[in-house]
Design a protein around this ligand. Structure first.
Ligand code: 16G
Ligand code: MG
Length: 541
């Protein structure tokens, strides 16, 4: 520890902490890039501790601020199986990030290593990557300073999407085991997904092309790279038209394009020039969110968001379960959050007859809940999500003996999707190909997909209050237990609206309370949202 002490103090002096309080939130630390130097350095120290604690398993560190504006950046850690950092360690990250001086930082680091019983002589291995933000290179250098100070082994994977880094972490830690996830390289990532896609598309054809808006972020070059591994359209492959892929000008990132823009603005990126009925999709800045959309023949915009991807995927797996003869041996279900449109939840429970679990907002909560199923489909309405398979599901799928050519076909598709789907984390590139496979199998275009059910009109409102901390949500954020009596007021109001539903929750990423409302008509949804927002405002003064 003494050698570490000198090294940490010396290195930390080069990364002084600015004023302010930092918190490892739902998506790691995220803020203006010029405030992040010390934070990234310190998260680097924690990554080393985490790896040592886990006997040298590789920990991932991603430098990205996803859909935030170009001047922001962020950092988050990835655990050995490619999942998000274990929750109890989030507080350790916050502790290190807020130590007021170099001495205090070392003291906090030493205390953590002793409290957590970390053997400091264990090896430490860290891999890292970044999105296309201009600030990423300097921040990666701050990280390397931390890794060098503690003599950790590391690999810089440079530009990657967030899900690619998750893939690499999982591939490294499972290498040579019976659960080997794939080859440890970017190429291995493309090959695994592309092989799954080609197998799933045997004898099938996508309808026309898909236009993909890459948010002018890292997804652009990576999607282009991926297409090299996919068969060309006339061989049963896919015709992808990449738009919004300007990564030369970092100021263009997420501006007037990308999944968040499309979802919140309910319109196509102006520069994508979508024509009527063209199938379009948007990724976010680090390519872990995906939404589809199209403009119909009367120029009306239609969004096919995470809920639509969830329902489409769940219906397809239910079909495959029946067709392969595996349906009775595998339990399937869908995980959503309170933001899921009520019509989607109803479609899943009533039409598909599948169970739905509702969790708190944030990918880690959904992912965790999805592990309760053999085939768990999870998506947030905003486009984060994937499908995960239990060990039992994989075993059943691999050993099942088909009794007919139709069963064999369904089983092969199931196997191909296990390869195609990034089970470490929601992955926009893998999800895009998944949707394309399903549409091709169903022989559907975007209109047929939209026709499966009718969304309830809904409205999201952001309310600024003095202290969002007083709003305490329970029941998967569908109810407020504090302030006292607020929920009763909301319930009384909701009761007056046909198909009304509304909730308020404190944001985990911004200083605000979010109000969601849906009802039978657009007018009622807007009115309900405004009135619930007024209640929140009243309690928030
Ligand atoms: C983060 C979460 C996202 C969630 C959002 C909610 C991850 C990787 N990202 O971006 O899943 O939807 O926060 O934001 O977990 P809010 O708390 O401000 O509404
Ligand atoms: Mg993202």
């Amino acid at each position: 520890m003494d050698a570490d002490k000198d090294n940490i103090l010396e290195a930390s002096a080069r990364h002084p902490k600015p004023a302010g309080n930092f918190q490892y939130g739902t998506a790691g630390f995220r803020m203006k890039a010029n405030l992040l130097d010390s934070v990234v350095f310190r998260v680097g120290l924690l990554a080393v501790l985490r790896s040592k604690k886990l006997n040298g398993q590789t920990i991932g560190l991603m430098i990205t601020a996803s859909h935030n504006p170009p001047e922001d950046n962020g950092v988050k850690l990835v655990d050995p199986m490619g999942e998000m950092l274990e929750q109890t360690w989030e507080t350790h990250a916050t502790t290190l990030a807020n130590a007021p001086s170099d001495e205090a930082l070392f003291a906090a680091f030493a205390k953590l290593s002793s409290d957590l019983k970390v053997r400091m002589d264990s090896p430490a291995r860290v891999i890292f990557a970044r999105d296309t933000r201009a600030s990423g290179i300097t921040l990666a250098a701050s990280l390397v300073d931390a890794l060098d100070a503690l003599k950790a082994e590391y690999t810089d994977y440079k530009l990657q999407t967030t899900p690619q880094l998750h893939y690499l972490v999982r591939a490294i830690n499972t290498k040579g085991t019976p659960h080997a996830y794939g080859e440890v390289s970017e190429k291995g990532y493309y090959e695994k997904i592309a092989d799954g896609f080609k197998l799933a598309m045997k004898h099938r054809q996508t309808k026309g092309h898909v236009v993909v808006d890459c948010a002018n972020g890292v997804g652009g070059p990576k999607l282009r790279e991926m297409t090299k591994y996919l068969a060309s359209a006339n061989e049963g492959g896919i015709d992808i038209k990449v738009v919004c892929d300007d990564v030369v000008n970092p100021q263009a990132l997420n501006v007037q394009c990308g999944a968040d823009f499309v979802k919140t603005q309910q319109r196509a990126p102006p520069s994508s020039k979508a024509s009527p009925l063209e199938r379009c999709a948007s990724l976010d800045g680090d390519a872990d969110r995906l939404v589809y959309y199209f403009i119909d023949s009367s120029n009306t915009f239609h969004l096919l968001d995470g809920d639509r991807i969830a329902t489409l995927t769940a219906s397809f797996f239910a079909d495959l379960g029946r067709a392969s003869g595996l349906i009775d041996r595998l339990n399937m279900g869908v995980v959503q959050t309170a933001y899921a449109n009520g019509a989607s939840t109803r479609y899943i429970t009533e039409n598909l007859q599948l169970p739905v679990i509702c969790t708190n907002t944030g990918v880690k909560h959904l992912h965790h809940a999805a592990t309760r199923f053999d085939i768990g489909v999870y998506f947030e309405a905003n486009g984060h999500g994937t499908v995960i398979f239990s060990a039992k599901a994989i075993k059943e799928i691999n050993r099942h003996e088909p009794r007919s050519p139709a069963q064999a076909d369904a089983l092969e598709t199931m196997k191909s999707l296990v390869a195609l789907i990034n089970q470490a984390v929601g992955d926009a590139l893998s999800d895009l190909l998944l949707v394309e496979v399903i549409l091709a199998h169903k022989n559907w275009g975007v209109q047929e997909w939209l026709n499966t059910y009718v969304d309830l009109p809904n409205r999201l409102v952001r309310v600024e209050v003095r202290d969002r901390g007083i709003f305490k949500a329970v029941d998967a954020e569908r109810k407020l237990e504090a302030p006292l009596n607020i929920q009763k007021e909301i319930d009384d109001l909701v009761g007056k609206y046909s198909k009304g539903r509304s909730f308020a929750r404190a944001s985990g990423t911004e200083d605000a309370v979010r109000v969601y409302a849906e009802a039978a008509t657009r007018g009622e949804a807007d009115e309900l949202a405004a009135k619930v927002a007024a209640i929140v405002q009243k309690y928030g003064v």
